[in-house]
Design a protein around this ligand. Structure first.
Ligand SMILES: C[S@@+](CC[C@H](N)C(=O)[O-])C[C@H]1O[C@@H](n2cnc3c(N)ncnc32)[C@H](O)[C@@H]1O
Length: 180
């Protein structure tokens, strides 16, 4: 099932609009990777802001999302996190599934929203692997929610900066910049 953009997607879009122009000025050949591209909303934003289309790469575990992004003309492959990814990138973004398991959630939407029993399992696995896929001075933009167990980025070896947060009535979302 293709994830329909909602508040978390829009917060990440705003962060990209704010941060990407400066990154492109510094490196006009910026190589961009999105894990879990869904509808392709961020691929479109990256292209619109000026990332060269041939430098926009993406993946999703969901084959409908992969097909959809391919139909939009983007390079998107089916991959569980970095399973089928072999290259290195200047910017890697991820709006992950971050909610704790909820037995009432239908299985087709679970894959986009549930991050494991406690909600942080996919994020922790991403953080363990992403270091190997960053170019020198590469950055990660990662979205988290306060409904996910708090993640100690420093303890995991990252320098962290808050790029933007949004308070909804039921949760707070934040996008973090992580560098090694
Ligand atoms: C919260 S949605 C975000 C979709 C889109 N990036 C956005 O911001 O609207 C999470 C996306 O990650 C994908 N996903 C879930 N687990 C994944 C995994 N292990 N590896 C790659 N993609 C995954 C889902 O299929 C879904 O498209």
């Amino acid at each position: 099932m293709i994830y329909k953009p909602v508040e978390d997607s829009y917060l990440l879009t705003e962060v990209l609009k704010k941060e990407l122009p400066e990154l492109i000025i510094k490196n006009n050949n910026l190589k961009f990777l999105e894990i879990g591209a869904g509808s392709g909303i961020h691929l479109f934003t990256a292209e619109k802001i000026g990332v060269k289309k041939q430098n926009i790469f993406s993946s999703d575990i969901d084959k409908d999302s992969v097909n959809h992004c391919n139909l939009l003309g983007y390079n998107c492959i089916k991959s569980n996190l970095f399973e089928n990814i072999n290259d290195k990138y200047d910017l890697i973004i991820f709006n992950p599934p971050y909610l704790p398991e909820d037995s009432k959630e239908p299985s087709n939407s679970k894959i986009a929203t549930t991050g494991g029993k406690k909600g942080d399992e996919i994020i922790l696995s991403f953080l363990e692997q992403v270091k190997d896929y960053l170019n020198k001075n590469g950055k990660v933009f990662l979205l988290t929610s306060n409904l996910t167990p708090k993640i100690d980025f420093k303890k995991l070896g990252y320098k962290v900066k808050e790029l933007g947060c949004e308070k909804l009535f039921y949760e707070q979302l934040c996008v973090w910049e992580l560098v090694i």
